[in-house]
Ligand binder design. Structure first.
Ligand code: FPP
Length: 245
């Protein structure tokens, strides 16, 4: 019996395997990043076309700062290039762009390109696209605790009022509102880890691990992942009949 396709509202992707993709072809690792960056547009437009409401892409983690200087500078160049090249088409497709992570750590040259693009797309009502840049979920949670403590000291909040819903308002993903919970988390390249990504938001996410390296990941792979997701029985700790009801 074929299932109707259920489209996840929020998909998060760990775009992994760029370095190995390049090394397998005896190219320097940065070739993988170049190819990887060129895959992003197709996936964003496909998610938008399918009616996905939010897409969060892990572009750079807090731990990635330890990579060699040369690799870092290529990653920043690619981010700038992507924004400059795709801004128009993202806008035409009604895509709203946000950045989650320690934006204050990014170089002035990156901010100069990033900030106006985020501003320009901020009123769009289609796909909510989040780039996780200098993002780490532990940092996000620690920061949320500090912000909440500060609000308590200033009399704006009370410790006893803290709950799951209130917590989401202190996270970097707060701009997503009710969409901040991840429904489907995809990791490419055959690694089975969450790597400090959306630990709170993915509490009840379905996980799909694809063997495909990110530079080879296409719209058809996204559709396959969504089809697999459609067949999963999501119970959120309850039993199947309750969830369906
Ligand atoms: C993982 O590959 C990928 C990254 C560290 C970052 C993802 C970056 C891109 C897709 C390109 C640039 C980004 C944007 C937003 C334009 P890896 O280097 O960890 O691969 P490996 O595990 O095979 O070494």
């Amino acid at each position: 019996m074929s299932h109707p396709i259920r489209i996840p509202q929020h998909i998060a992707i760990i775009m992994d395997g760029n370095g190995r993709w390049a090394q397998k072809r005896s190219h320097p690792r940065v070739f993988g990043h170049i190819r990887g960056a060129s895959r992003i547009k197709e996936i964003v437009l496909e998610a938008n076309r399918l009616g996905v409401k939010a897409l969060t892409l892990y572009a750079f983690s807090t731990e990635n700062w330890s990579r060699p200087e040369g690799e870092l500078s290529v990653l920043w160049k690619l981010l700038k290039k992507f924004l400059q090249k795709e801004e128009r088409e993202l806008h035409q497709n009604n895509v709203c762009l946000r950045v989650i992570g320690e934006v204050e750590r990014l170089g002035g040259d990156v901010r100069q390109v990033l900030d106006p693009v985020v501003q320009k797309l901020s009123q769009n009502t289609g796909l909510q696209l989040n780039f996780a840049v200098s993002y780490g979920s532990r940092r996000e949670l620690a920061r949320a605790c500090a912000l909440f403590a500060k609000d308590c000291l200033e009399g704006k909040q009370k410790p006893e009022d803290m709950n799951d819903e209130l917590m989401t308002r202190y996270l970097w993903t707060s701009g997503l509102g009710k969409l901040s919970d991840v429904d489907l988390l995809i990791r490419t390249s055959g690694e089975y880890r969450i790597s400090n990504f959306l630990l709170w938001q993915a509490a009840y996410a379905e996980f799909i691990f694809s063997d495909v390296y990110w530079p080879d990941f296409r719209a058809s792979h996204l559709k396959e992942a969504i089809e697999q997701y459609s067949k999963r029985d999501r119970r959120f700790g309850g039993i199947a009949t309750q969830v369906r009801a």
